[in-house]
Design a protein around this ligand. Structure first.
Ligand code: NAD
Ligand code: TYD
Length: 345
């Protein structure tokens, strides 16, 4: 079985590459990644010499490169993680999100039609459902919740989901879609909430919390997400959407305080800054379908997962310190240099 994993040099994709090599030692895993600012070849250094692994640097929007790869590898399964994934960047510059997240998805599926495939899996997000109000803790996203997006990022992901469903209905492409909540764990790019707060706290730098920090996210340890995708590509029903999430809702401010406590840093580092434009209030997944159909349940409790994550960032400082330089420095200055400090409460 040959599995092409796009975006495998990023956060979740790399964890999925490791998961597949560990759990399916007879599979060939081909990672396709453009190595944007978010892709890091050093993440894959431990598997580069694995005979069952191949890395190909390519843009999923590049039709010739994608078709050449399909011709050569004749993959059985495609798992598409490749995306521009950061909401804040999408607010600054939407265009590349439309290219990679929508057009890139179409190119991959066209290649699947051209060369034949057993399964095309689209890694989507709960953000396609928009947000839920804070005062309705009884509401959750199900697979039937209408798509109702807020940011250019989530709109591009929702557009891709619609295209995937259209390719299934129109061309009979054997597709599945997973819509997962916020992931955390090793190799998370240090501009996202949890790794950013760990890195800043370790450097005794301000911890920039947007708005009042009351927004709620439903956090899932990355390995649990990888297991869910593994189950869906093997046992999920073609044409179906599966929500993935662990009923682990946390307010941003509480996460930041947990990180301060774990690192022995004072909460006085917390700085409230101008809120994100269009900031979604609450995400919360109902994972009943994937549990009932595929027996999936999250295995890592947040208290354990966050400690494991913090330990990983402590033990792998070279990995993220190398990233927190160059282009990232410019990004940080642009995004946070202009953000006003806000007094809350
Ligand atoms: P990431 O930004 O860490 O990684 C994205 C990877 O895609 C990078 O390696 C990048 O180089 C690569 N890439 C970008 N554009 C490309 C292109 N045109 N061609 C080839 N490769 C390209 O993202 P992530 O957090 O690992 O997210 C992976 C997927 O999971 C995304 O599709 C995202 O929408 C989805 N997702 C993420 C989360 C989360 O919490 N991070 C939650 C649910 C769903
Ligand atoms: P993020 O990691 O960007 O994920 P997403 O927007 O996809 O959920 O942000 C998680 C939450 O943390 C979100 O509500 C925005 C907030 N946040 C901050 O408060 N400060 C920050 O510096 C960042 C990056 C995010």
């Amino acid at each position: 079985m040959t599995v092409v994993v796009t975006g495998g040099a990023g956060f979740i994709g790399s964890n999925f590459v490791f998961h597949m090599l560990d759990n399916h030692p007879d599979y060939r895993i081909v990672c396709v990644d453009k190595l944007t600012y978010a892709g890091n070849l050093s993440t894959l250094k431990d598997v580069m010499d694995n005979p069952n692994f191949r890395f190909v640097k390519a843009d999923i929007c590049d039709r010739d490169a994608v078709y050449a790869l399909f011709r050569e590898e004749k993959p059985d399964i495609i798992v598409n993680f490749a995306a521009e994934s950061h909401v804040d960047r999408s607010i600054e510059n939407p265009e590349v999100f439309l290219d990679t997240n929508i057009k890139g998805t179409a190119v991959l599926m066209d290649a699947c039609r051209e060369f034949g495939i057993k399964r095309y899996h689209q890694v989507s997000t709960d953000e396609v459902y928009g947000d839920l109000p804070l005062d309705r803790p009884d509401l959750f996203f199900t697979e039937e919740t209408p798509l109702h997006t807020s940011s250019p990022y989530s709109s591009s992901k929702a557009s891709a989901d619609l295209l995937v469903q259209a390719y299934h209905r129109t061309y009979g492409l054997p597709v599945t879609i997973s819509r997962c909540s916020n992931n955390y764990g090793p190799y998370h790019f240090p501009e996202k909430l949890i790794p950013l707060m760990i890195a800043n706290a370790l450097a005794d730098k301000p911890l920039p919390v947007y708005g009042e920090g009351l927004n709620v996210r439903d956090w899932l340890y990355v390995e649990d997400h990888c297991r869910a995708i593994d189950l869906i590509i093997h046992n999920g029903r073609v044409g179906e959407v599966y929500n993935v999430g662990g009923h682990n809702e946390m307010r941003n401010i509480d996460i930041v305080k947990i990180i301060c406590k774990a690192l022995g840093k004072p909460e006085s580092l917390i700085t409230y800054v101008t809120d994100r434009k269009g900031h979604d209030m609450r995400y919360a997944i109902d994972p009943t379908k994937i549990h009932n159909e595929l027996g999936w349940l999250p295995e890592t409790k947040f208290a354990d997962g966050i400690q494991k994550t913090i330990n990983w960032y402590l033990e792998n400082q070279d990995w993220w310190k190398e990233i927190i330089s160059g282009e990232y420095q410019n990004y940080y200055e642009k995004m946070y240099g202009g953000r006003e400090t806000v007094n809350v409460g």
